[in-house]
Design a protein around this ligand. Structure first.
Ligand code: EPS
Length: 415
């Protein structure tokens, strides 16, 4: 792994800490750039009261000087403003009588509460939920913002939009018809959809779910443009980029499904209607258009979602992520009380009605972390300039390969 990160922090603890290791030196970065992504994660119609309390911002702890990375681990902290309301409940030290208030004894179906108390042998499910909370994703978005900055240096754009919420889907939009860049258009909508008619329906659906004490899931699409052909590898399972992306996306709380390109639909069609024909995008003997991200080749269509054999094709990477509804219901489902073993209704904690719009922002972040890792794996470099030279050298070779077509003797294709 070339780029790695670790997060720490409980939802109602003092704050979230994240360490990102492996970025080259010389990457220009500001706290404002990171905070912009954190602010996007807090948006979304249907979020709970917590988002009114927090104003997520990072404080640099290490790894940055004069607005640039040093090549050393970058550490950041996001302070929880809500901490002042939880200092006693979440105190690191003190007797159980002093600290163990606001226990969670009635585990919520769908949450980590029950499996966590059994696995970690805890009595109070708060010991589990505090870390299982999607609050942790703020730290991942901060790490992802550094990866975004890194990818931007090489012209890579990463955006997302919501394609369904509460069972209501937007009208499908062809990849070529999506706005570029995607995020400013999606972020204008309270539910991060591009279709105003669908937006009104989704907002009404969220209002109804709120009245009914229910929650809603949905799907987001992440689109990544500007990656060169050749990231990832076909040679071993854990180097396949599709698997790495899917694993990272599946690790987002409440995510239950990931599709790449045509996804499940590809399983239902014959091969002739799935695979993207290969075409020449450049003229033999002339250099491939710079930057030669696809080496002179192109695809008719992008059912593969920009990945073949676990390797980028140079076409946009298209990922779809499905999130189940939040498991804290204000009209709770049946459960078992951890104190008595008797039947009960699950505990209700303050939560969101839906977090699908935020999930898209988080999906961008984790995708960017995987892609920045894949870029550094292929091109390496202790400084940004070194990474750039290595990438430029690779692209020059791709371009040269293309011009070599002309140099082949007639009939060479018969060999
Ligand atoms: C979240 C903070 C949490 C929840 C939500 C996401 O804050 P609190 O628990 O104080 O209301 O709003 O967490 C969950 C959905 C979950 O399942 O735990 C955040 O910062 O995104």
């Amino acid at each position: 792994m070339s780029l790695r990160f670790l997060t720490a922090g409980e939802s109602h603890g003092k704050g979230l800490v994240v360490i990102v290791e492996g970025l080259p030196a010389g990457l220009p970065i500001t706290a404002d750039a990171v905070n912009a992504d954190l602010a996007r994660r807090m948006m979304g119609y249907g979020r709970g009261a917590r988002m009114k309390i927090e104003k997520d911002r990072i404080e640099w702890l290490s790894g940055i000087r004069a607005g640039e990375t040093l090549g050393s681990p970058v550490a950041m902290v996001i302070h929880n403003r809500d901490w002042t309301n939880w200092e006693e409940v979440m105190a690191a030290e003190g007797t159980p009588g002093e600290v163990r208030r606001r226990r969670l004894n009635r585990p919520r179906p769908g949450h980590a509460d029950l499996v966590g108390v059994l696995k970690y042998d805890r009595q109070d499910a708060r010991d589990i939920l505090e870390r299982a909370s999607a609050r942790e994703t703020a730290a991942r978005v901060a790490a992802g913002a550094l990866a975004r900055r890194f990818l931007e240096q090489f012209g890579v754009d990463v955006g997302s939009h919501v394609v369904s919420l509460g069972g209501l889907a937007v009208a499908p939009v062809a990849l070529d018809a999506l706005p570029r860049p995607l995020n400013p258009a999606a972020d204008r909508s309270e539910v991060r959809v591009l279709d105003p008619a669908a937006e009104a329906g989704m907002i009404a659906r969220i209002d109804r779910a709120k009245q009914e004490g229910d929650t809603l899931g949905g799907e987001c699409e992440v689109v990544i443009r500007g990656l060169p052909v050749g990231l990832g590898s076909h040679v071993h399972w854990d180097r396949k980029l599709d698997g790495r992306l899917a694993g990272a996306l599946m690790s987002i709380p409440a995510v239950k499904a990931v599709e790449i390109g045509l996804g499940f639909e590809a399983a239902r069609r014959p091969g002739s209607q799935v695979h993207d024909p290969i075409v020449a995008e450049a003229t033999p003997g002339r250099p491939a258009p710079a930057p030669a991200l696809k080496g002179g080749f192109g695809r008719q269509g992008n059912n593969a979602g920009g990945l073949e054999g676990g390797v980028t094709t140079g076409e946009p990477v298209v990922l779809r992520v499905g999130m189940k509804p939040i498991s804290t219901l204000m009209s709770p489902l049946p459960t078992v009380d951890l104190r008595t073993g008797g039947p009960a209704r699950a505990q209700s904690e303050r939560s969101d009605i839906t977090a699908v719009p935020a999930m898209g922002v988080i999906a961008e972040a984790v995708s960017m972390l995987v892609l920045a890792d894949a870029m550094l794996e292929k091109f390496g470099g202790d400084s940004l300039g070194e990474t750039r030279r290595n990438l430029d050298g690779y692209l020059a070779r791709l371009s040269q390969r293309w011009t070599e077509f002309q140099a082949r003797p007639a009939g060479a294709e018969a060999e």
